[in-house]
Ligand binder design. Sequence first.
Ligand code: HEC
Length: 213
Amino acid sequence: MRYAYYTLAFVVVLLLSVMGFRGMTSTRPPIEVFPDMDHQAKYKPQAHSEFFADGRADRPLPAGVIPRGRSAGEPDAAFLRADDFRYQGKNADGSFARGFPADLVISREFIERGQSRYTIYCAPCHGALGDGNGITKSYGMLVTPTYHDERLRAMAEGEIFNTITHGKNTMFSYADKIAPDDRWAVIAYVRALQRAHNAKIDDVPLDQRQGLK
Ligand code: HEC
């Protein structure tokens, strides 16, 4: 019987400590078992400071500071990524742009950069040849399209840029993995794959045709 009282008392204390003070407010600071980094010697934005003569915690910019995205020679030039073509694949009217941004040089190196990015990020689904037969197909991803149909061959470069940036249906976005200029490199490589897939004998230099026929 004695144990029953002990147990009852224990349960009452337990209930009170867990639920008894719910909803009660206190003006005292909470007990902090682990204060983590809640209290730091730092200024909040636009706060007052005793340290600086003008009393402001925010300091004025030193002379000659240039906002990120502008260069010293042209402090009034547009901010970084103001170029819709290069960073969104779009024309001023919002339609998908064709071709490549004028600032990018489509060199062999550029296309090889695209090939390396393509092999890492796209080939698992779209296949090394761009025919949609990547390794994921054997694991059940059957919907990956080939690049070699009319629609994708005719698709504006800007729309492919948009697909890499934002993804499409089951294909997710690669914006966090492939930098904008690298996306253009990937597109150049996709174009190379498409061109290679539809090559004619006339595309092969004369002296190399012999072995092909
Ligand atoms: C996880 C698999 C996967 C990866 C990786 C992947 N894709 Fe896709 N991609 C798809 C699928 C699935 C579709 C079809 C989406 C749809 O239209 O439903 C697609 C569609 C496309 C299309 C056609 C979009 C359209 O409008 O029809 C393009 C272009 C494309 N991908 C390019 C790329 C490029 C470039 C990469 C690499 C940066 C890439 N994909 C990486 C699965 C993938």
